[in-house]
Design a protein. Sequence first.
Length: 183
Amino acid sequence: MRESVLYIAVSLDGYIADVDGKIDWLTAFEINETGYTEFISNVDSLVMGRVTYDQLVNELSPGVWPYSDQTTFVATRQRREDNGQVQFVNDPIRLVRYLKVQEGKDIWIVGGAQIVASLLEEGLIDKVILTFIPKLIGRGIPLFPEIKSRFDLVSSKTYGPMVEVTYQLQKAKVYEPSLSFDA
């Protein structure tokens, strides 16, 4: 069974964005010096929320889709047409259950916080890889608001001033293979 992996940068005080949803505080650090290249080589599917997707296409990588080698799913309540690079779905829980039992590489849970919370509550995130950025934001969008899960430490690495920590979720749920998925 494939693993679903939350791979995300987080401030030392646990935020993934500031109060306005911005992540410009990350630009002061060379994020490319982390284990990203190795990580992405083991991924063939991405799952992200609409806000994360909009931020990616409008701010971080306008005009260039950075994940052309992977299949990307965007969870949204808005009606959007698939565009060849991205499939829009309305049920990320059902989607991840389906993807986990299919053949393939790992599934990257990109964000945001609402997607992470709902998938963790269902036991659908197997591994968490956090890159701690040595910055305190003070307030903003927390990565894990009011979620209770237990993890086992797998490894930790340093990349300059950053620390990457990998955890395995304890007692992840196992699902039977599903024959289909309808977005």
